[in-house]
Ligand binder design. Structure first.
Ligand code: EPS
Length: 366
């Protein structure tokens, strides 16, 4: 038993879609909680005016009845309100009538750092829009909806997942980060940053050292690296462990009141690809976004001449959004690992298997 996630959707197409498979029956979902995460993802400082057009809300097409999962594929939809400005340009079928609205002219000036050039070459595209629409981080909205479902499942076994921003453009405090974003916007620049996700209540034993694919650290790195603009991932103290001696790098085992635990957490809650019962701590580094209002140099694919890259409405920074998306990605992967360990067709089976397992092991969270 495992969880599956398939998504579809372009940035300015009609909608974003996710199908989640492998949920137990009887899990209560809260529409407000899912929509709250969708709003959190939209709210960060430095987002594009696009966010004033979108008010993301989840719709459920299948797999849910009266707020409880049926144990069947759960189909989630988030509509793109902006699509009304692109009905001709992003029409799924050959458009009828005169071209109108946005996206009517082919994009031929690829942006360095975006999917544009590699996508056009790989898929044989004359219009770079056919690459950038799916590569856009817009579709992280539906990942967040799926992540909210995963958090509901994890909540049943006392696991909580939280993402937060550590830095934007090298600035750390709230005020400093806003100043950095304002300064970048004034210079028609963009910024990246670092986010952290922490998961508490994760029991020892999620993931496995049995194969590379089972390793929880590898799976979380994959989940985070799969998010647009992420260029680096760290587990626990990550790169900071490299210069240390062994005695300062590992987490000694002690007996607490209710069982075994660690005094430190250099490992970020994962040893040998298996959760060890300490808080899971992972970080992701995001590059500055590639759509600059001060365009970088490129080559026009239609003429072969030097040109300036595409300038489109875009975000100055989306690091706060990444914190929410990364939280969803970590939650989904932990939920998947928990489904593998605890199984169950009904939510009660899943919860009972978790409780029986905790009864067997000698563990007490710090
Ligand atoms: C994005 C470009 C901007 C962002 C978008 C991601 O969209 P637009 O080109 O329509 O202004 O706002 O993100 C979202 C719409 C979203 O909801 O996150 C890109 O190129 O990745």
């Amino acid at each position: 038993m495992t969880l599956g996630l398939t998504t579809a959707g372009e940035s300015h197409g009609p909608a974003l879609v996710a199908i989640v498979t492998g949920l137990p029956a009887g899990l209560a979902l809260d529409r407000e909680a899912i929509d709250a995460d969708l709003r959190r993802r939209q709210q960060g400082y430095g987002r594009s005016p696009r966010q004033q057009i979108e008010t993301d809300e989840v719709e459920v097409l299948a797999g849910l009845r009266h707020g409880r999962t049926l144990g069947t594929p759960l189909a989630l939809v988030v509509r793109n309100r902006d699509h009304r400005n692109w009905t001709w340009g992003m029409s799924p079928w050959p458009p009828e009538g005169e071209p109108e609205g946005k996206g009517t002219k082919p994009v031929t000036v690829p942006r360095p750092g975006h999917a544009d050039l590699a996508g056009a070459m790989k898929y044989g595209l004359d219009d770079v829009r056919d690459a950038l629409e799916r590569a856009s981080a817009r579709h992280t909205a539906v990942f967040v909806a799926a992540g909210a479902v995963a958090k509901a499942l994890l909540g049943e076994i006392g696991v909580e997942v939280n993402g937060s921003v550590l830095e934007v453009g090298g600035a750390q405090g709230d005020e400093e980060r806003r100043e950095a974003i304002d300064a970048a916007r004034a210079d028609r620049e963009t910024l990246g940053g670092i986010v952290e996700v922490r998961a508490g209540g994760v029991p020892p034993g999620l993931g496995s050292y049995a194969t590379k694919e089972d390793r929880l650290d590898a799976r979380l790195a994959f989940a985070l690296m799969g998010i647009q603009a992420v260029k680096g991932v760290e587990v626990g103290e990550g790169f900071g462990l490299a210069p240390l001696r062994g005695s300062g790098a590992h987490d000694e085992v002690v007996r607490g009141e209710g069982g075994l635990h660690r005094e430190t957490n250099h490992a970020g809650g994962i040893e040998a690809g298996v959760s060890n019962g300490e808080e899971i701590v992972v970080r992701a580094a995001m590059k500055p976004l590639p759509t600059l209002m001060r365009p970088l140099q490129t080559v026009d694919l239609a003429t072969g001449e030097a040109a300036e890259a595409l300038v489109e409405r875009s975000d100055t920074a989306a690091v706060e959004a990444l914190a929410v998306v990364a939280e969803a990605a970590v939650a989904f992967e932990l939920a998947r690992a928990a489904r593998e360990k605890f199984g169950g067709d009904a939510i009660g089976d899943f919860v009972a298997a978790h409780a029986a397992y905790l009864g067997r092991i000698d563990w007490s969270p710090r």
